[in-house]
Every structure is written in C-alpha cells, then in structure tokens.
Design a protein around this ligand. Structure first.
Ligand SMILES: [Zn+2]
Length: 371
C-alpha cells in the first residue's frame, strides 16, 4: 500500500520546492517548465488576445501568493473571495496555507507541475467570471479548488504507463489511476492541521463539496472525455439541455474541466507551440524510461518519432479540442474565441505537418490584430 505523504507548506517560510517523499518513480532532473503565456485579467470574449505573456516571471511572490491574490482580492461577486459576506467564505490564513501546500505537492516535472495547475485554474476563473449566475457559490469554489488540485503529485507519467508497469498506485485504483490519486491528495491536504478551507461547512455540505471536487478531478481523465462530451452534445443537438437538470449540469461541468485542462490548445499560436514543446519533453522522458525498461513506448512518447509531432497535434486538436470548444461555444457563446484559436492552431500545425511555412506570429492574418 502506498501511504500518501505530503509536504506541508509553512506560510511563514513562504517557499519550498522540495518534492514529496512518496516517490514510486525514479526522479528526473527535468526543469520545471512554466507555461509560456499568462494573463491575470482581460476579456477573451471581447478580444482574442486573452493570453499574452505575463511580465512577472518566477519571483517568489508570484509563485506562492499569486493564486491566493487572484482568488481572494477581487470584488465580492467572484468565485473565491474570503471578504465576501456569504455563508461560504474562506478563512484567509487557511486559504494561504492550503494554496502553498498544494503548490508544494506538485513535482518538478516539465508540464504537469504547479504552473499547469495554475493555468487550468485561471482558465476556469475566466469561465466562471462570465457565468457567475449559472453555478452556485459552492460549485464555483469547488471548480476552482479542483482545478488547482487536479494534477496533485503527478509524476509526469500517464495512467497507461502506471498500469503497464504495475506501479503501487495502479494497484490501488482500477480506473482513472492518477485522477483518483490527485483527489485523495487533495483530501489529505485538506485534512492537514490548519488547512481545511471548508471546515466552516456543516458535515453534509462538506461531503457535498468533496463530492463536487471528486467529480471535477475525475473528469480530467481523458478516458472519460468522449462519454461526457457525447452526452452534452446530444442534449444540445436535440435542444434538451437544461442547466437545472443535475445530470446535465454535472456533464457540463465535467467538460468545462476538460476544456480548462486542455486550454493550451485554445490559446494563441506562440503559446500553443511553446506549451506543446513542454508537453512533449515530458512525453519523451516517459518514452525514454519505457525503452530503458525494455518496453516500446507509444509513437507520440518516442522522441525518434518527433517528426510526426505536428501531425499528432492536428489529430489531437481535431479529435478532442475542436469538438469540445465547439460544444462549449454553443452553450457559452463568449467562449467562441477558444474555438477560433483551436481552429487557427490546427491550421498552423497542419502547415507544419505538410512542410508549409508557419511563422510564429502572422500579423497580416491574425484576427487579434484586427480586434
Ligand atoms: Zn492537467
């Protein structure tokens, strides 16, 4: 049995990037790769320049407290705001401690690190900012917390890898191996002294919020995506989608989690291209390890197949992202820029796949410039 051990952050110390002791995989020397584009404000419904590079980079302040500030220091109608006057307020100190511990329990892997979690949470934040009335305050809080926790203790290996090599975690969970672990890590952090940001809730409501978070985190398993997406698409097609219907609502929230998790695909081309390089750095590290173990990695994990990367991206974006953002744009028209960006990225990857020139930034054709 694997007993999760956690690194607990101390707000007083502020920063500590030691990895958790619970390692079932060899450590890698990979650098932590920060996603290339951030923006803490902006309106992607108005303009597509929603993600330009943020100016502050790796300073301690930004890394450790930025999320807290993002969530807590905005006007009181936003998803998480401890100064709000409603019954579900967070305690300031616990929220800081919880956020720092979450950050500390992300590994220094190239892609599935704290920065990825932050990006996903930011995407959800922007979605909720537009849709404050649709979801309850508890749902909004659970969605944001699920986003920052959704890859906790990720070691940079896929579920398939964990199962194939019979890791300890794979023996604990029969499906969605890592996602179930990410949720359990979230609960374990909440249970640490002074970390339970939901401890003001009654036990029934506390169970309810944990249920939300579990549902949202498990929804980030891509194996669940097709089923969730197919149902939402069907509801939309036959015009029976009803946000008040709990089942419909759960399915919508599930694909919103997928949309945030994959949001790098829906960002502008420079951000998408750089992020894909980082993702493949992690894929190839897994492929290298598989080869060392005498296995044969999937083609996309094999650095010897790097020449196929653009084609693989075209396929991935066409199969997963274009339908996903297409469906969301039907339900939430303000999200249509995500679909437009995805289509642009498909076009550019397709150019690369066919040896046609694709500049990093096509000023003449960029709709961003025209906005
Ligand atoms: Zn993720």
């Amino acid at each position: 049995m694997v007993t999760p051990t956690l690194s607990q952050a101390s707000p007083e110390r502020g920063d500590n990037n030691e990895e958790p002791a619970d390692h079932i995989m060899p450590r890698r020397s990979s650098r932590v790769r920060k996603p290339p584009g951030w923006q803490l404000s902006g309106n992607w419904g108005e303009k597509r320049k929603g993600y330009h590079a943020i100016t502050r980079s790796s300073e301690l302040f930004f890394r450790s407290v930025c999320l807290f500030l993002l969530l807590c220091t905005r006007p009181c109608n936003l998803p998480l705001n401890y100064v709000c006057t409603t019954q579900h307020c967070f305690d300031h100190e616990k929220l800081v401690r919880f956020t720092l511990s979450v950050r500390k329990n992300y590994h220094k892997v190239p892609y599935h690190n704290w920065w990825h979690a932050f990006n996903v949470a930011h995407c959800m934040y922007r979605m909720l900012d537009h849709e404050q009335e649709i979801f309850t305050e508890l749902e909004r809080q659970a969605l944001i917390i699920a986003c920052i926790c959704h890859d906790l203790d990720h070691r940079g290996y896929t579920n398939q890898f964990m199962v194939k090599y019979e890791t300890a975690l794979a023996s604990l969970y029969s499906t969605s191996v890592m996602e179930q672990h990410h949720f359990n890590q979230t609960v374990t952090i909440l249970q640490q002294d002074g970390h339970n940001i939901f401890d003001h809730l009654t036990s029934d409501v506390y169970k309810q919020v944990l249920g939300y978070i579990r549902h949202y985190i498990l929804a980030t398993d891509l194996a669940q995506f097709f089923s969730n997406h197919k149902q939402v698409t069907r509801f939309c097609a036959d015009q029976t989608f009803n946000i008040e219907n709990t089942y419909h609502r759960n399915k919508l929230q599930a694909i919103m989690m997928s949309a945030c998790d994959l949001s790098a695909c829906a960002k502008t081309w420079p951000v998408q291209k750089k992020t894909v390089e980082i993702i493949y750095e992690e894929f190839y590290a897994q492929g290298d390890l598989e080869k060392k173990k005498g296995g044969v990695p999937l083609p996309m994990m094999d650095r010897d197949n790097a020449h196929n990367l653009p084609k693989e991206q075209v396929n991935f974006l066409r199969i997963f992202c274009e339908p996903l953002y297409g469906t969301l744009a039907v339900i939430f028209p303000h999200l249509s820029p995500l679909l437009e960006n995805t289509k642009d990225n498909i076009h550019k990857w397709d150019n690369l796949a066919h040896g046609r020139p694709t500049t990093m930034w096509e000023v003449e054709t960029s709709r961003i410039e025209k906005d």
